[in-house]
Write a protein that binds this ligand. Structure first.
Ligand SMILES: Cc1cc2nc3c(=O)[nH]c(=O)nc-3n(C[C@H](O)[C@H](O)[C@H](O)COP(=O)(O)OP(=O)(O)OC[C@H]3O[C@@H](n4cnc5c(N)ncnc54)[C@H](O)[C@@H]3O)c2cc1C
Length: 543
């Protein structure tokens, strides 16, 4: 099928023919591959399997279509999707470390998963992230050199030429924020004013050293979101070997006596079906639902599962552990002068910097964004109401020491998993975030940003150390980078081996952000594509 781009059909409202293709095919009882989740990683693996093999592939997606204005309009990613049916609406357990708040943890529940509701930022990660993965897995395939090779292969980068690091002509179109706002440019000057160097590319050499400031790279083309299905899936929707079943929720993976994953139990159109995978099941349900599905299938911590009456298929102590997320704090807000109110452009978060809270660190641990509207938590809003026209610098913590966990409290597949996100549990994170708030204030109050400031709304000057820590706890929120809950590796807490196969179970691999041993420095979509590309290479015999 030749897919007409949304723009050719109806602007940003999407292509109804793509929606018609999702779920158009009958669902058979057996496929070569069953992929659980049509999100970022599931789309990559599905597309690659169709391109590189003769296999039949069923992709099972709980959510619905990605063809809607809410998805395709870059500016509304936050306002039109979070808290809707396109979001799983997970909520973390309340925690004293964030002043008793129960933080929401949005995750995409539709074709494209996170890549359909995210802020479209393409952040490839730091050199040290991948070299760390290679060290802890003992597998050089994961090192930075190989990650760059993958990026060179898949990228079509429209920014400054860097043939050593940046790909061109690949399937993933990426551009530096186009026609960036005056606010974003002033923010970059403000970064320079406090000593953070400015780079032409947020993903080139800047991510091999101490950090710097740059316009973000975006997955936007001609003013429209490019989600991961746009690059991997849509072109294959007419292929009879590919079935994408939307509105279909996997409950469990079936495991036979030989400890082989044979298929899935899934609800499709209200009917409970068993579908067999002859070759492999690929788990790509994201870092909260992947451990949930594993646990419901008897793969996890025996001491937690046995009391629920679940038969243990593999006692893997790491399932659901090691939960990691970054913090994008609601943070520092200013009011625009009445005569210089700026409308949000692009994705509303056009520029960022990476920097270290401690120069001894091996990689940056801070990644704040300038946001062209007020960025608040409910707690802040109650105490310091947002101005009608304002902007923010959101302090970002991207190398957290805190760890959380995901568990299940019930065998009901419809029950929501319990997530202890662990935010700010480790005092080092609170210290780094507090430092980051100060740094963001310095930038926001620097000379280049003065034309955009009527007043600093929050946090304001003169806070004691204790008040600053309290502010950090009240403003902390997810960066939407849930990961690491089924890590690959070779230690006792590893859930998959370095080739992504689940320990102790044949015929089952994991390809999503769950397998990261440690969350990358920066937004997680691009590194998840690297993982899924490698998964596809393994499945197709190329690695
Ligand atoms: C609001 C938001 C903003 C973000 N901003 C950015 C950004 O700008 N840049 C960036 O790099 N990253 C961003 N991220 C993170 C990024 O999108 C994720 O890291 C990435 O999508 C993870 O890919 P994944 O394959 O692990 O999971 P997902 O993309 O979440 O895919 C999982 C899929 O599995 C489906 N699924 C789950 N359970 C089941 C089940 N039982 N049965 C069937 N299907 C199921 C889900 O519906 C989903 O489609 C953001 C995320 C969010 C939510």
């Amino acid at each position: 099928m030749t897919v007409t781009t949304p723009a050719e059909i109806d602007g940003l409202d999407g292509d109804p023919r793509i929606t018609a293709e999702y779920g158009a095919r009958p669902i058979y009882d057996r496929y070569d591959y069953v992929i659980i989740g049509a999100g970022t990683s599931g789309s990559v693996v599905a597309g690659r399997l169709i391109e590189d093999t003769d296999a039949s592939v069923l992709v099972i997606e709980a959510g619905g279509t990605d063809q809607s204005r809410a998805v395709l309009d870059p500016l509304t990613w936050f306002s039109a999707n979070i808290g809707t049916e396109r979001d799983w609406q997970f909520v973390a357990e309340p925690s004293a470390h964030v002043n008793g708040r129960a933080l929401t943890l949005p995750m995409g529940r539709l074709v494209g998963g996170g890549s359909s509701i995210n802020a479209m930022i393409w952040a490839r990660g730091h050199r040290e992230d991948f070299d760390y993965w290679a060290r802890v897995t003992g597998d050089d395939a994961w090192n930075y050199r190989n990650a760059v090779a993958t990026y060179l292969r898949v990228e079509d980068f429209a920014g400054p030429a860097d043939p050593v690091r940046r790909g061109s002509g690949g399937r993933i179109y990426v551009e530096p924020t186009p026609n960036a706002s005056a606010l974003a440019n002033a923010f970059l000057e403000g970064c320079e004013a406090v000593g953070i160097p400015r780079f032409a590319d947020a993903n080139g050499v800047m991510m091999e050293g101490d950090g710097g400031a740059a316009l973000a790279n975006l997955r936007v083309k001609d003013g429209k979101r490019q989600n991961i299905p746009a690059s991997y899936l849509w072109d294959h929707l007419g292929d009879p070997r590919l079935t994408v079943a939307t509105g279909a929720t996997v409950h469990r993976i079936s495991i036979d006596r030989a400890k082989r994953a044979t298929g899935v139990t899934v609800v499709i159109d209200g009917e409970l079906r068993n579908i067999t995978a002859s070759t492999k099941i690929v788990l790509a349900a994201g870092a909260i639902n992947t451990p949930k599905i594993l646990m419901l299938s008897g793969i996890g911590r025996a001491q937690d599962l046995a009391p629920l009456g679940i038969t243990i298929e593999a006692d893997l102590q790491g399932v659901g552990q090691n939960f990691q997320d970054h913090i994008l704090a609601a943070g520092c807000n200013w009011a625009f002068p009445d005569d210089n109110v700026q409308d949000p452009l692009n994705n509303g978060g056009e520029a960022n910097f990476f920097w270290k809270s401690d120069s001894a660190l091996d990689r940056p641990d801070l990644q704040p964004f300038v946001i062209s509207y007020p960025y608040y938590t409910d707690t802040l809003q109650a105490r310091h109401p947002a101005p009608p026209n304002g902007w923010a610098i959101a302090p970002g913590l991207v190398s957290p020491a805190s760890r959380g966990q995901v568990r299940i409290a019930s065998t009901d597949p419809e029950a929501t998993p319990v997530v202890d996100a662990g935010f700010l549990q480790d005092p080092r994170d609170l210290e780094a975030l507090t430092y980051c708030v100060d740094l963001c204030r310095d930038i926001g109050n620097s000379a280049p940003l003065r034309p955009f400031v009527k007043r600093e709304v929050v946090p304001g000057p003169g806070r004691t150390g204790r008040e600053k820590r309290d502010f950090a706890r009240n403003s902390a929120w997810t960066y939407f980078h849930q990961s690491c809950t089924a890590k690959m590796g070779v230690d006792d807490m590893s859930v998959t081996d370095p080739r992504l196969n689940v320990y102790g179970i044949e015929g089952l691999c994991i390809t999503d952000a769950s397998v990261m041993p440690r969350v990358t420095t920066g937004n997680t979509m691009a590194p998840t594509v690297v993982i899924a590309e490698r998964c596809a290479d393994i499945l197709t015999g190329k690695a």
